[in-house]
Ligand binder design. Structure first.
Ligand code: BGC
Ligand code: BGC
Length: 735
């Protein structure tokens, strides 16, 4: 359709029809065969009105989507097709590692490829839009949703944001296999106070602008078709009714032209926040702030019509939102073909096909972080050692994380299944050791507690495991959180492993000191005594469908680990929030435990246990000094920074070389380091490589005292090294 056709269509629509397009109804309004169900009747919505809504979410499967679309086309007076949206976060049916793990790959291109293949699976199954990428900056692992982000760094998240948007959408959303991408949660949802889910966000505008907003902006620049508002407040104004952040920042400043959807029920929640009294006021705030779609509440349904009729808002405001929604439908090609790529045969072939499984394995191999490897206990040898695989994750297929809504356990091999099917060592035993959760622990669900097969009696399991450990040369302990301990609503004040697992660790460590600990988790955990007493420590996160095979290939050395942390591991929960891009203070820590007058805790070091950017491999690298092409830079030229990295081991490897910059003095306080570039390079055994980065003025920009985003002349330090704690640096001056 041309723009003229769309505008003509709008002119021809009744107000009710227009409002219908601005409403997204939840899946339970539609049964499998496209018939009306109970909740609609309660809300006073007629069957016609249900099928006049513009979109739904979380309905998956070609058959179900076809049935609903068929009916919508019949009942919508202008035969406007519905949009089908869903959370395709780290894969659709083929599960890729959780986004936090993908961040550790420092390989946005690879995540772009995962997004592309997820889009193909989803589009053949009938989906048009994914609520991804989630690019919220995360610094507090008490918050369960850190797993959905690619981590704590502005630049890293920005790189992943654009790669994922491009992966989902392709060059043109009419291209087969693409879906529209919805960046979320705009804005700063990743900074809830004290890491408590849905809590308010206290953030100053400078931090918001310099650190939190750039990843959303990167997604916008990459052309993402949609954005989602966040649940939180900014400056005590709930985002979903916050005109400044949505209209002035997102639309005007960032140039976002797409469709803005509220998060689930966020318009109605304006009432709970205490800024609106009823649906009329909540709708008024949201529509004026520029929210185009009301996700899953009756607010727009009951509020907008009255507002127009009473003259509180003009119908043009509704037309403005409607135009954006219809334009999106047009960009997706829905008017020509309301089913787009929906195709049962293609879906069958694409879903979990070899290519996607291989990609899932590659992504998992690239995202597991080796945190410790004492005297090279890893890699394991195939022969000559008896290995006991112990722990609740020794034989558990639920390793795809909280938001992998359509992954199935029966399509995901567990570690035990992968060993039995693969060519690893034969002299192995398995023992569960304990359940994931403590006895009688409750795992909250949305509304009711989840069925809990993970919190039974542990005593017998422990005895069996200890006896296995006694007879083994090496124990691989597979511990971790249940997937539902992170994700939405997964905030925790205690981020250690459940007690039963800590007890298992203690008892095993009494009888066997060769412990290789593997962690499955959706957040950086507090590792307590576990880190000290493990000879090796590997963070596997929730690695997805092919995660167990990837893990074994790393453990047995078929794959050389190369991932680096996308989020710091605290020593203690009390340090949170923590991130490497800290600020200097008036009383810097002098490292003297007897000195009270410095910025520090009395009982724990300031530094994280493992910093952002950190990760080991089976190779060893030596960094040469940082060499700058010149010592002075003007705003119009660039400096080349280079370093020689040597692989001093006998194994070929891949290293993530990281560039950080420090601005030594500013009109406002500047962070001690900021990531400005990274390169993932293969370096052969005994070989060296020169790695270069171009430094330009744009990399030095920040919100200065004047309020402008610009650089300031003065001294800078350039660091190039293996992680964010590197001291390998050189100086230059911006003149
Ligand atoms: C979450 C979003 C998600 C939406 C739809 C909300 O509860 O915050 O991230 O996209 O539900 O499932
Ligand atoms: C304290 C002040 C105190 C001042 C003079 C500073 O170290 O922060 O509270 O008044 O010393 O004793």
């Amino acid at each position: 359709m041309t723009l003229k056709d769309i505008k003509k269509l709008i002119n021809d629509m009744t107000l009710e029809e227009k409002i219908g397009q601005l409403i997204q109804l939840p899946p339970f309004f539609f049964s499998d065969d496209g018939a009306m169900t109970g909740p609609a009747q309660e809300m006073g919505i007629s069957e016609e009105q249900i099928f006049e809504c513009g979109s739904t979410l979380s309905v998956v499967g070609a058959e179900a989507i076809r049935a609903i679309q068929d009916k919508a086309l019949k009942l919508q007076p202008h035969h406007i097709p519905m949009l089908f949206m869903a959370d395709v976060i780290n894969g659709y049916r083929t599960g890729y590692p959780i986004p936090l793990a993908q961040g550790c790959s420092f390989d946005p291109e690879l995540s772009g490829e995962c997004a592309k293949m997820a889009a193909r699976e989803a589009s053949y199954d009938g989906l048009d839009v994914t609520f991804s990428p989630m690019v919220d900056l995360v610094r507090d692992s008490r918050w369960g949703r850190v797993m959905e982000s690619t981590g704590e760094d502005t630049y890293l998240n920005s790189c992943f944001a654009s790669a994922m948007v491009e992966g989902y959408q392709g060059k043109d959303m009419k291209e087969e296999g693409s879906i529209a991408s919805c960046v979320k949660h705009f804005a700063a949802y990743g900074a809830p106070t004290a890491g408590r889910e849905y809590n308010i966000v206290n953030i100053d505008k400078r931090t918001l602008t310099d650190d939190y907003l750039p990843p959303y902006e990167a997604a916008v620049k990459a052309g993402c078709a949609m954005a989602m508002t966040s649940f939180n407040t900014i400056d005590r104004i709930p985002v979903t009714g916050n005109k400044w952040i949505l209209r002035d920042v997102l639309r005007k400043k960032m140039g976002f032209k797409g469709v803005l959807i509220s998060d689930w029920a966020a318009i109605e929640e304006l009432i709970n926040h205490g800024v609106a009294k009823d649906s009329r006021e909540a709708s008024e705030l949201a529509i004026k702030a520029g929210v185009d779609i009301d996700m899953c509440t009756g607010m727009y349904f009951s509020g907008l019509k009255t507002l127009v009729e009473e003259g509180a808002i003009s119908e043009e405001l509704i037309d403005e939102a409607l135009l954006r929604i219809l334009k999106l439908k047009n960009r997706l090609g829905l008017f020509e073909n309301p089913y787009r790529f929906l195709d049962e045969d293609k879906a069958k072939k694409e879903i979990l096909c070899d290519t996607n499984r291989k990609l899932a394995k590659k992504a998992a191999e690239n995202s597991m972080v080796l945190l410790k490897n004492d005297k090279g206990i890893l890699p394991l040898k195939k022969k000559g050692k008896k290995i006991a695989f112990i722990g609740p994750y020794a034989d558990n297929s639920h390793i795809f994380g909280f938001w992998s809504l359509w992954c199935k356990m029966e399509e995901t091999p567990s570690v035990k299944q992968a060993i039995e099917a693969g060519d690893y060592s034969k002299d192995v035993v398995f023992a569960k050791g304990c359940n994931i959760l403590d006895k009688k622990a409750i795992l909250p669900g949305f509304g009711a507690a989840l069925d809990n097969e993970y919190s039974g009696d542990n005593d017998d399991l422990l005895l069996e495991a200890v006896s296995c450990a006694k007879k083994a040369d090496i124990v691989v302990l597979l511990l971790g959180e249940h997937a539902a301990m992170s994700g939405e609503g997964g905030s925790r004040a205690d981020i250690r492993l459940p007690k039963c697992q800590r007890k298992l660790f203690r008892e095993i460590s009494k009888v066997n000191s060769n412990i290789v600990t593997v962690l499955f988790s959706g957040r950086p955990l507090e590792l307590d005594g576990i880190e000290k007493k493990s000879r090796a420590l590997l963070e596997a996160w929730f690695p997805g469908t092919e995660g167990a095979k990837a893990l074994l290939d790393i453990l047995y050395g078929n794959v050389n680990p190369s991932a680096k942390l996308s989020m710091s591991f605290p020593r203690h929960v009390g340090q949170l929030p923590i991130s490497y891009d800290d600020f200097p203070t008036g009383r810097p820590n002098d490292g003297n435990p007897g000195n009270r007058g410095t910025t520090r805790y009395q009982d724990v070091e300031n530094t994280p246990l493992y910093p952002f950017g950190y990760g080991l491999s089976y190779s060893k690298y030596e960094y040469g000094p940082v060499i700058l092409s010149k010592k002075k830079m003007t705003r119009s030229d660039t400096i080349t920074a280079s370093v020689e990295v040597k692989n001093i081991s006998e194994r070929d490897g891949t290293e993530v070389v990281q560039l950080y910059i420090r601005d030594m003095k500013g009109s406002v306080v500047r962070p001690v380091k900021k990531l400005k570039g990274f390169k993932k390079v293969k370096i052969g055994a005994g070989k060296k490589k020169k790695i270069t980065f171009e430094i330009n003025d744009e990399m030095l920009n920040f919100t200065t005292l004047s309020g402008r985003f610009e650089s300031e002349a003065g001294d800078f330090k350039v660091y190039i090294g293996p992680d964010s704690q590197t001291e390998n640096c050189a100086d230059f001056v911006l003149i």
